[in-house]
Ligand binder design. Structure first.
Ligand SMILES: *[C@@H]1O[C@H](CO)[C@@H](O)[C@H](O)[C@H]1NC(C)=O
Ligand SMILES: *[C@@H]1O[C@H](CO)[C@@H](O)[C@H](O)[C@H]1NC(C)=O
Ligand SMILES: *[C@@H]1O[C@H](CO)[C@@H](O)[C@H](O)[C@H]1NC(C)=O
Ligand SMILES: *[C@@H]1O[C@H](CO)[C@@H](O)[C@H](O)[C@H]1NC(C)=O
Ligand SMILES: *[C@@H]1O[C@H](CO)[C@@H](O)[C@H](O)[C@H]1NC(C)=O
Length: 646
């Protein structure tokens, strides 16, 4: 009698050697450059490299389910001198009472000849008759070795030596569980800093490469370990969606879908029997090495960026064996030019300089920011508004756009059907942003973030040194730092506005200095409770058009978290808001150290009989006040006079 128990499969190409468990499909080993395993070998096999998802049964959204995706069937899809492609599948069994997500999932791992790394992608499928469910998150996770990888990089300016997981355990938990004050870190240089994985979030458009460097990994060289995302077509929420990248662990993520910075609005809901099929990836796990004689951090980061550019060039990849991943000739393109028409700014149509233009599934204008079931294809127009979007998968889409400097969302009224080989010329498209009359005054820049407003210094007790402004040294200009990523800025509001709330005087105040970036609740230390806040805009009018006319207040929000915004014009003695948003937003951007979440635009009629010649007041009340984290962040506010006035 003989028995062969195969528990793992090894793929190698002379550069890298990857080991996966079968049939589960967990990545258990990555050997490279003489290092036996780049992954954390203290972790059990199922906790080194895996895909997972968070989901809920319909009607039971309050019960979060977590599945680490475990294959039940393994097959070799391609095996030739150029390529090996492995498939690990799990199929949902409708007859079982299983508590697994009702999806068939086929995870693929691909190694190519001569290539320093490997690719992974997956096909998710929900079939007719199957129960409904919702997904909050799905991702691929890698856990590099703790003893080796200490330096993390996600952009030219966001790179640093990171704390160890033990440092978080020995530290002091702060107001959100992910935030920890490092009180006794192994690396004493990090004492007194805050660590929080959300301080390393990135917008999809900027998240192409991130990862870790092992300094002196072998006797004479350093090793880089990178997650490269060559396209965002499979990511949810469009170019501005923010998500996690790498963080203490070390952990390296590829987030395909999540509720981060969006909340329940961006979770995907599937009805019973709703058919769905989507390919996530491929993403590329890249390895590089540099001699310690060079500056290995710079050398490896620069090389990783170059590699990302190469992967972007190669997109759409030719190698994936699954027919669900269409190749270049199976895709189409659109091009055209976007103009902006706003007669109160310019008599002529304006070029939509660098506008974001994208194709996303059919929907309302702006729906792309909460969309994740389908694919999205975005680009930036050039300075003259010309755009071209290539490599669009077949299907039905709307074309959407938004333009810095202008409020609102553009949607092209025609539904576009893309078929293979199409090159559609849309000619000139014109976006007419919401506008009823001339600008009487405005606060901020319409750019979907609160970044241009006043961002306070962090409490010195809670800093992340990466986001401190560096003093200008000799010739070198200070590196741009994302000051808004510091922990605890919400508390600074109560420190600055101790007795009364923010008052902004049009024509006197300066929004960069005088408009706090987030309207948060105010801590009343006496009561040990939070209070609602009311911000006041003071402005003068030299005349008021009382002729049957309406003024318009445009309030664009960059973020909202369990907020209820009320707007009142003059008459503070009588609380009688002309607008109530109702409960809005759950993007949690303030707690996650973000400067925006989802975009909202409120267009509010202001009857002229509420206005007077002389000094007027607009009161903005954020009325929810249960915690420190209910907030709105304004993007931009404008008061327009009535039509034909000036
Ligand atoms: C590193 O150097 C030590 C001592 O010289 C040697 O024993 C070891 O084999 C070297 N390791 C590698 C990976 O070259
Ligand atoms: C575009 O598609 C949507 C969704 O199917 C549909 O409701 C709408 O009528 C279509 N619009 C046009 C102009 O055909
Ligand atoms: C704090 O609450 C107390 C008690 O309700 C109140 O008297 C006081 O005015 C509040 N402080 C501020 C700064 O609003
Ligand atoms: C608004 O009017 C008031 C009262 O006339 C005056 O004191 C103030 O300076 C004016 N503000 C601006 C910005 O013109
Ligand atoms: C008042 O507004 C209505 C509706 O816009 C319009 O029909 C009417 O002519 C206006 N009257 C005056 C006096 O402007």
């Amino acid at each position: 009698m003989t028995m062969v128990v195969c528990v793992q499969v090894v793929v190698e190409n002379g550069i890298v050697r990857v080991t996966l468990s079968i049939p589960e499909g967990m990545i258990t080993g990555i050997e490279y450059n003489g290092v036996e395993n780049l992954l954390e070998t203290q972790n059990p096999d199922e906790n080194r490299g895996y895909w997972d998802l968070s989901w809920s049964k319909l009607g039971k959204e309050h019960i979060g389910m977590y599945d680490r995706i475990v294959g039940t069937n393994f097959s070799v899809v391609v095996e030739d001198p150029e390529q090996v492609e492995l498939s690990f599948t799990n199929t949902w069994d409708s007859s079982s009472q299983s508590d697994l997500v009702p999806l068939n999932i086929d995870r693929r791992f691909v190694m190519l000849r001569g290539c320093a790394g490997f690719y992974s992608y997956a096909i998710y499928e929900h079939l007719g008759e199957w129960p409904g469910f919702s997904i909050a998150e799905t991702r691929m996770v890698l856990k590099p070795s703790q003893t080796k990888f200490h330096y993390m990089a996600l952009s030219d300016t966001r790179q640093r030596i990171m704390p160890m997981p033990e440092d978080r355990a020995s530290g002091e938990p702060l107001a959100y569980p992910e935030a920890v004050l490092l009180t006794n870190p192994i690396n004493a240089n990090l004492r007194g800093e805050v660590d929080d994985k959300y301080q390393y979030s990135c917008e999809n458009k900027d998240g192409g490469v991130h990862g870790w460097i092992c300094r002196e990994c072998t006797n004479d060289s350093s090793v880089g370990f990178w997650m490269i995302t060559p396209s965002n077509e499979f990511k949810s929420g469009g170019p501005l969606k923010q998500d996690l990248t790498s963080h203490v662990g070390p952990t390296m993520l590829s987030m395909f879908l999540s509720a981060h910075y969006g909340g329940d609005d961006v979770k995907l809901r599937f009805e019973e029997g709703e058919p769905w099929r989507k390919v996530f990836g491929p993403v590329f796990v890249y390895l590089n090495s540099a001699s310690d004689a060079e500056d290995p951090y710079t050398a490896l980061w620069e090389d990783a960026k170059q590699q990302m550019a190469i992967q972007v060039q190669d997109w759409p990849y030719t190698f994936p064996a699954s027919e669900d991943f269409p190749k270049k000739q199976q895709r189409g393109s659109v091009h055209g030019r976007l103009l902006v028409r706003d007669r109160y700014i310019n008599e002529d149509d304006m070029m939509a300089d660098s506008a974001y233009v994208g194709l996303a599934p059919l929907g309302e204008a702006g729906s792309w920011q909460i969309e994740g079931k389908g694919y999205q294809f975005w680009t930036n127009a050039d300075t003259k508004g010309y755009f071209r979007i290539d490599n669009i998968r077949e299907g039905d889409y709307n074309l959407y756009a938004f333009v810095r400097g202008f409020i609102g969302d553009y949607k092209y009224d025609v539904n576009l059907t893309i078929t293979a080989g199409d090159h559609i010329n849309l000619g000139n498209l014109v976006y007419e942003p919401p506008r009823d009359g001339p600008t009487l005054w405005e606060i901020g820049i319409p750019d979907r973030t609160a970044e241009e407003f006043y961002i306070p210094d962090a409490n010195p007790k809670y800093i992340n040194k990466l986001y401190l402004s560096h003093p200008t040294s000799e010739a070198k200009a200070p590196a741009p730092v994302d000051r808004f990523r510091q922990y605890g800025l919400w508390e600074r509001y109560s420190n600055i506005y101790r007795e009364s709330d923010l008052v902004y005087e049009v024509g006197v105040s300066n929004y960069q200095r005088d408009w706090f970036f987030a309207q948060v609740t105010r801590k009343n230390e006496t009561k040990n409770a939070y209070q609602a806040t009311t911000w006041t805009i003071v402005f003068n009018l030299t005349n008021v058009d009382h002729h049957n006319s309406t003024y318009k207040l445009r309030v664009a929000l960059a973020s909202a978290t369990y907020a209820d915004l009320h707007v009142q014009v003059n008459g503070p003695e009588r609380y009688n808001p002309i607008f109530r948003s109702g409960l809005v937003g759950a993007d949690n951007s303030i707690a996650r150290h973000g400067i925006h979440g989802l975009y909202h635009l409120f267009n509010i009629d202001v009857p002229s009989d509420l206005l007077i010649v002389g000094t007027n007041l607009i009161f903005l009340t954020q009325s929810k006040r249960d915690t420190a984290f209910e907030e709105v962040m304004y993007d931009y506010i404008r008061l327009e006079g009535p039509l034909n006035s000036h």
